[in-house]
Design a binder for this molecule. Structure first.
Ligand code: UD1
Length: 420
């Protein structure tokens, strides 16, 4: 197993290029199941989660060919409809094939995703919506078995909670359904918006893109002709590098970003004393005179993203004063707290609220990554910790960050990937 050895690196500079968004790529890869043509996707981040989903499509019989900056996918050869346990257990987002496979083939089986490090994460809302669209769903031997032999039909879906992959799944199912589907309380994340925009360009009528009410007119099983498209920049990767600039109080520039998608993150950094300048597709963070404490509540887009909570928690250890960070989306998303405490952070956890007292001089030690974003918080903490920090179990990081250590190296970080 690999681990990352990071030496204290308190002064960063330079430019880092942001990759395509993992969470946009996953539904867009699943969407290729709705195509009649070979789909070309560029600016694809070749991280472990993307390779896992492409492996799943390959297992189903699709042909996926890596090209320079992306992949081409031919789903006309699909001859299986089951996402097996060995794949789903490594990546919950495998559930994204349920909507498109069911709507195209009339049945689909997906190993039921279990809980995960950050909480229970049920998929009940996905299943309830597909039932409303006419599917029969049974859970047998740990598998979701969905059937809709006559095809899916349009329905009026009201999500009790906003769900990102749930919205994506239903949008894809609705694209080939018979009739009109309305989704109320739909996710408005930029990744969902891109999925809708690509579908709309491919001939699916979708109204309300980017709002909480989506209306989708299905093609009644007519497959789509999907033109080549480029994945949007990864706002969470970008936010993580902004935190690297912030925690070291340095000036760094991000290239290939969409500042509008980062608004909740940059406005919190501004509250903490940092400033920004930008050009068409670059964003530069400038140091703060004094790093100020912050109050954060994670919520659905356009509010502050839960996927940036861990990184801001690490950053708050370097603010002068008391920061309060409240996690509203996942019940157990504070696994990084105990690791940061081992590095010397003064954090008190009370249910889903973390109180961080700063500024603390952190100390390098051996720490363990527990989930994707928790891992990046440990890397950030390592930048300002005395001495050397060894971050173990970085396969979590490899799920979602393209060449993290190489990108950090270009900013002047002393970091190495080593074997245990
Ligand atoms: C997606 C993102 C993940 C991000 C999360 C929240 C991808 C691949 N992953 O995850 O990085 O942290 O959004 O922004 O895009 N819920 C239910 N029942 C359901 C579905 C969800 O109760 O059927 C709950 C979840 O447990 C959670 C909340 O709804 O508390 C939001 O989850 P959801 O938006 O579905 O997260 P994901 O789509 O899994």
């Amino acid at each position: 197993m690999d681990y990352l050895q990071t030496k204290q690196s308190t002064s960063l500079s330079g430019t880092v290029t942001i990759s395509g968004a993992k969470n946009a790529s996953l539904p867009l890869i699943a969407m290729s199941i709705l195509a009649k043509n070979r789909v070309t996707i560029t600016n694809l981040p070749k991280v472990a989660d993307i390779k896992t989903l492409l492996q799943l499509l390959t297992n189903l019989g699709a042909e996926c060919v890596f090209i320079d900056d992306g992949v081409t996918i031919d789903t006309s050869t699909i001859n299986k409809t089951t996402a097996t346990y060995d794949i789903v257990r490594t990546m919950r987002a495998s559930i994204l094939i349920l909507g498109p496979i069911l709507s195209r083939f009339g049945h689909c089986e997906v190993s039921l995703p279990g809980g995960c490090a950050i909480g229970q994460r049920p998929v009940d809302l996905h299943l309830k919506a597909l039932e409303q669209m006419g599917a029969t769903i049974e859970i047998k031997a740990g598998y979701i078995q969905a059937k809709a032999p006559q095809g899916l039909k349009g329905a009026n879906i009201i999500f009790d909670k906003i769900t990102v992959t749930g919205t994506a799944n239903v949008v894809m199912a609705a694209a080939l359904a018979n009739g009109v589907t309305t989704i109320t309380n739909a996710a408005r994340e930029p990744e969902v918006v891109q999925l809708c925009e690509v579908l709309a360009k491919s001939g699916v009528k979708i109204e309300g893109i980017g709002t909480a009410i989506l209306t989708i007119t299905g093609t009644n099983k007519e497959l789509l002709n999907i033109e080549p498209f480029e994945i949007i920049p990864d706002r969470i990767e970008a936010g993580t590098y902004l935190c690297a600039g912030a925690i070291t109080n340095s000036t760094i520039t991000l290239k290939k970003v969409e500042p509008e998608h980062l608004h909740a993150v940059t406005s919190k950094l501004e509250e903490m004393g940092f400033s920004f300048s930008s050009t068409k597709d670059t964003l530069t963070i400038h140091p703060a005179k004094e790093i100020l404490p912050v109050r954060i509540v994670t919520q659905e887009y356009p509010a502050f993203p839960t996927d940036m909570q861990a990184q801001f928690l690490a950053l708050a250890t370097q603010a002068n004063g008391v920061s309060i960070i409240e996690e509203r989306l996942f019940e157990n998303r504070f696994m990084h707290v105990s690791e940061l405490q081992r590095m010397g952070a003064d954090i008190t956890l009370n249910g889903h609220i973390a109180t961080v007292k700063g500024k603390t001089q952190l100390s390098g030690t051996d720490v363990m990554a527990t989930d994707l974003r928790a891992s990046s918080a440990l890397v950030l903490a390592a930048l300002v910790a005395n001495g050397t920090t060894n971050i173990h179990r970085i396969y979590h990081l490899d799920r979602g960050y393209v060449e993290l250590e190489k990108k950090l190296e270009t900013l002047g970080v002393d970091i190495q990937r080593l074997k245990e």
